[in-house]
Design a protein around this ligand. Sequence first.
Ligand SMILES: [Zn+2]
Length: 340
Amino acid sequence: MSLQQVKVRRSPYRDRREFQPIEGYMSVELEVCGPSTCGVESYLFVGSGEEKILIRDRGELKRQLAARELSDGLIQSIAKELVSEGESFQRARDPETQMVVPVIFGSSVKGNIKSRLQLTLRPSQGTAVTCIFPYRPLKGAPPVGTHGWRHFRIWQNSLAYTREGVCNATNSPEVCVVCDLLGAPGLSSLVSFGTFYGRGVSTTELSEGAVRLVAATPGSRFTGSISFRGLKLSEVGLLLIGMGYTLKGGKIDKMPVLFGSHKYRGLGGKVMGRVVYNVRDISTSSRCRGEYDVNPGRKYDGGGLDDVLTKALNRAYEEYGQYIEQIDESRAAEEVMRHV
Ligand SMILES: [Zn+2]
């Protein structure tokens, strides 16, 4: 299979201080799939890179440390008191409750939404509206079993092309729409992602072979906010598309997206990394002018929120419809695995 060359549509990036037409933020929940929400029971792991250590018997450890002389025998016996629970989930102190809870940092959420948006905007008629970062030039489809083959299979309608590199504002002021929204080298993002706190989230240890980790359980909810400035309503719609939102018969629909580690093969017989994004409300600043009846200084929730989400998605489809191909990654990943 040879890859078709496509042009990337780029234009000069906008003034980063501009807050027109829409500035605001949305409260967002990231929910780990459970049977009642997406028909699949999934676990989520976003690693901290640290191992969680359990001490079997604190009293015994104290007594041994009091022996002072750090002989090999003592070190070995101390090691016996320590048990690795595996790699731990990222944790941080929740400013609201002062408790240390599992978290997903904004940079991970941003990476997930940005790469999903780039992949969902597939090329059409020789043109792409987005670059794909990181850029890995491919000669063809990676063979089954080689690095990245599952990712390629799922997103081949976007990846089976050769594009002219990635946007870099230090070389050129012309960038693609996704980089204009979410930033590129030398260009700040118009959208900021806060930390997502897992209030009341329970974790469990999962293992397979030498891999041991602590994952969030099905139905876990992480809440955070995403703020934006200077976006058109169609671009708010693009953000929603990156989160798995779509329109079905004119109505809002959503699909699970893949997030975190072990999302293709699972771990220890468990499905991993299926989440859904739920926008809970959208607030606009009083200094922006708004667009298409999305007004300044308003908080949209309930029915008013559905109306704004539908309008934003409609605007995105009007402007980018020929490029948008919303993929149900969870189903696509299952199919890829079934046909191995
Ligand atoms: Zn770009």
